[in-house]
Design a protein around this ligand. Structure first.
Ligand code: RIB
Ligand code: CA
Length: 310
């Protein structure tokens, strides 16, 4: 039976590849896409989500507009990482597809209510939409089959502060609400995408050598991210955090190291705001509340992503 998934995204350039992967994998059906402000303001994120659906070239699930800002804090965006358009300054024309009517939160709640125990949710941005859905319909949201979140620094350094990863840093309060929700959760941290799963020049060259227009688009829209990696970390290529999370959702056994631990989000301290504290050894004697994927099979990940984006 085809698995039913829901994707929540802030549609920057790596989100685009994750969306295309999900829409082109026949093992899953994307029931809906909810958009959240994060990497980009909501209007740009919605436009990029619609473009991603078109570029996937398969079917068009409804794309819903969600939260335009975090629960409490001002929106912190990252055009400096992905480009002012979130797509490597391609400044693409408006998509033909249009967004679905209604708010993303209500659409997500309705989808879960109509498919109790079946919906696997993948989050690729700040957790504002998911937190709002949990606040509005906690009993319904506990009927989610699983939530895989691109979020946290895992057991590595942060990418926005020394301890915080972007998606959690944008809305740490929302992340704590999700942690308290009772939904089955899995963090895929930024650390999973920065070593052997990093898309290097050889990977880029082999993608372009396929002659696939879709693969070429997926490389091109990450041009700003590629430059950011060179300028910031001295690395040639780009990290693909959102596609790694999509890979964990599509093939859970791609994870080579994973723990089940008590996690908590810092949302009161200015110095460590957005840090996800993970307690792998149970030192705090608190009930574990999330899986944390610490590593995935890099060759299998690249083969999966490369196959699905061509
Ligand atoms: O920290 C990584 C997250 O922010 C990913 O969702 C990616 O889109 C980046 O911008
Ligand atoms: Ca994202």
């Amino acid at each position: 039976m085809t698995r039913k998934i829901w994707i929540d995204t802030d549609t920057a350039s790596d989100d685009v590849l994750a969306l295309i992967m999900g829409l082109r994998d026949p093992r899953v059906h994307v029931e809906g896409i909810s958009v959240v402000a994060g990497n980009l303001p909501i209007d740009t994120a919605v436009k990029n989500a619609l473009i991603s659906v078109e570029r996937a070239g398969t079917y068009a699930p409804p794309v819903y507009r969600g939260a335009a800002k975090p629960l409490l804090r001002p929106l912190y965006t990252s055009e400096f990482v992905h480009g002012s358009d979130g797509m490597g300054e391609m400044n693409l024309p408006p998509p033909t597809l249009t967004e679905a009517p209604g708010h993303a939160i209500d659409a997500l709640i309705a989808c879960v209510a109509q498919n109790p125990g079946q919906i696997e949710v993948l989050t690729l941005g700040p957790l504002t939409n998911l937190a709002l859905a949990c606040a509005k319909a906690p009993d319904v949201m506990r009927q989610v089959k699983r939530v895989v979140m691109m979020g946290s620094a895992g057991v590595g350094p942060g990418n926005i502060t020394p301890v915080a990863e972007f998606n959690i840093y944008v809305d740490a309060e929302a992340a704590q609400i999700v942690l308290d929700s009772g939904m089955p959760l899995c963090f895929v941290g930024w650390d999973v995408s920065t070593d052997e799963t990093f898309i290097n020049q050889q990977d880029i060259d082999s993608l372009l050598a396929t002659g696939s227009e879709r693969a070429a688009f997926c490389v091109r829209c990450n041009a700003t991210l590629q430059q950011y990696n060179l300028d910031s970390w001295g690395k040639v290529g780009f990290d693909m955090p959102d596609p790694t999370a999509m890979a964990v959702l599509l093939e859970p056994d791609i994870a080579t190291r994973q723990i089940h631990a008590y996690c908590a989000v810092e949302y009161r301290s200015e110095a460590t705001y957005g840090q996800v504290m993970i307690d792998p050894h149970g030192l705090l004697k608190r009930e574990p509340n999330a899986d944390v994927c610490l590593a995935i099979d890099p060759a299998r990940f690249k083969a999966l992503m490369f196959r699905l984006i061509q």
